[in-house]
Design a protein around this ligand. Sequence first.
Ligand code: SF4
Ligand code: SF4
Length: 81
Amino acid sequence: MKGYDLVIFKERCHGCGNCVVACPVNAQDPNTWGGKGSKSEDVVIRVENGTVELVKPELCGGCGACVEACPVDAIKLVVRW
Ligand code: SF4
Ligand code: SF4
């Protein structure tokens, strides 16, 4: 079991896709590059209808790249313990 949760704050997100592109798990899908996320279900996050969505949070490795990439603090890693 992971010791953290990936949490998104949709009310802050403006859908730029920076987090989607920065994520190394998403990057394994070539369709993610330069976009807002692939239609594959094997991505952690993608932009849908203008805001970021969690697709498969269980794939998240907790690296924090998405957190660093977000200009408006709309994505966080919250430690559970
Ligand atoms: S913490 Fe790392 S692995 Fe998890 S969604 Fe963000 S960039 Fe991807
Ligand atoms: S969470 Fe941040 S980096 Fe990701 S799409 Fe929204 S505004 Fe952009």
